[in-house]
Design a protein around this ligand. Structure first.
Ligand SMILES: O=C(O)CCC(=O)C(=O)O
Length: 369
């Protein structure tokens, strides 16, 4: 079910649960030699996957880490050197360094959320007319037009990269508050790699994204969870383990990353490893109970998952995007050979889908927001 692609300048992988939903088409439209100058960090992926730290544990290459993940990260000095310090930045950076997440309260305009929810509603009401990509728990990754009415209602159905057909989703993914913060983390231009939209709780097992969502520099990874409505505790909210971005990393048998047909480990064993390391450190599960417009931003190594839905009738509308830096993720995974077409906002970037140019921005409720 899980898929990732090695030997190509990009590897975007599925996250756990039902999906190879995030995996790109492995066959680029035009086969040309890879331009390694555009993706220099990607030349030896298997070496990156096997790297060990000074304690002998599998870990990222220290020389490729964002400054804030380096052992001597000095937030105070970093902030003092800035020409202007946005309110709250120091505390947020310290929390990111020590806990692996930050919450940005009321960071997203409700008008933009309403526009996006209108796009999603339109898609579901007329699903046979649209080719938007979805991940279905039984049918895998396919166009929503191929689903029956009953399949469209599946609680574990997810929209994959709906930011391509929806302008409002592009604006959500590149919201200023998210990009501003991640620029401080990566110190590079920020790129939204992919997005997922969930209507209900995912109940996904506990995982760390870095094993599944891999760019040229795997340590350049973060994610945002945007609440599209107030989230009820019985709706299966997002659960996470504060500080778990620092636990020793799981060995899939082939190294740091899950690779279909190569990894001997499983998602369940990955979860067991995480829970056991958290227990040893007294790290306990916390849940994110946001109001509409709140954002949970997390480090690519923070352990998290979907908690059980106690009330399966309750929706839990959310938009999730994963981010990297442009040098680590320089082009669309659908066509790594060519300069991507870009959408830019708030200095952040995302790539248009070269496989479906006719579908880009067909959902336009967000045009005037
Ligand atoms: O929303 C959730 O329950 C989990 C989302 C998640 O784990 C992810 O997208 O990486």
């Amino acid at each position: 079910m899980l898929r990732r692609i090695f030997g190509k300048p990009h590897a975007v992988t599925s996250d756990p649960g039902q999906n190879d939903a995030l995996a790109p088409d492995p066959t680029p439209a035009v086969a040309k030699p890879a331009d390694l100058e555009r993706a220099p960090a990607l030349t030896d992926r298997s070496k990156v996957a096997q790297h060990r730290n000074a304690r002998g544990e599998l870990d990222y290459d220290e020389t490729m880490l964002p400054w804030i993940d380096q052992p001597d990260a000095d937030v105070d000095r970093y902030v003092r050197a800035l020409p202007q310090v946005p309110p709250g930045l120091r505390n947020r950076l310290e929390q990111w360094r020590d806990q692996g997440f930050v919450v940005l309260e009321q960071a997203i305009e409700h008008r933009l959320i309403d526009a996006y929810v209108a796009d999603v509603k339109e898609l579901f009401e007329h699903h046979r007319q649209f080719s938007a990509t979805v991940g279905h728990p039984k049918r895998g990754t396919l166009s929503i037009s191929e689903l029956t009415d009953a399949e469209v209602r599946d609680r574990h159905l997810r929209l994959v990269n709906f930011h391509n057909p929806s302008l409002a989703a592009k604006k959500l993914a590149l919201a200023g508050s998210i990009i501003d913060f991640l620029e401080h983390v990566f110190r590079e231009q920020v790129v939204a790699m992919q997005s997922l939209t969930f209507r209900y709780g995912t109940e996904q097992h506990v995982h760390q994204d870095y094993a599944y969502v891999v760019s040229g520099n795997p340590s350049h990874l973060a994610a945002a969870w945007i609440a599209l409505e107030d989230i009820h505790p019985d709706a299966g909210p997002l659960g996470y383990f504060p500080g778990s971005h620092r636990i020793p990393k799981y060995d899939w048998g082939n190294g740091l990353f899950y690779v279909e047909k190569e990894s001997v480990g499983s998602g369940a064993q990955f979860q067991d490893h995480i829970l056991s390391e958290c227990r040893k450190r007294g790290v306990e599960l916390a849940t994110f109970l946001p109001r509409k417009g709140d954002v949970f931003l997390w480090h690519g190594s923070l352990a998290h998952g979907g908690t059980p839905q106690r009330d399966t009738d309750r929706t839990r509308l959310s938009f999730v995007a994963h981010y990297s830096s442009v040098p680590a993720f320089p082009s669309s995974p659908h066509d790594v050979q060519h300069e991507p077409q870009r959408f830019e906002l708030n200095r952040g970037v995302l790539y248009l889908d070269p496989t479906k140019p006719e579908s880009e921005d067909v959902f336009r409720h967000g045009a005037d927001v």
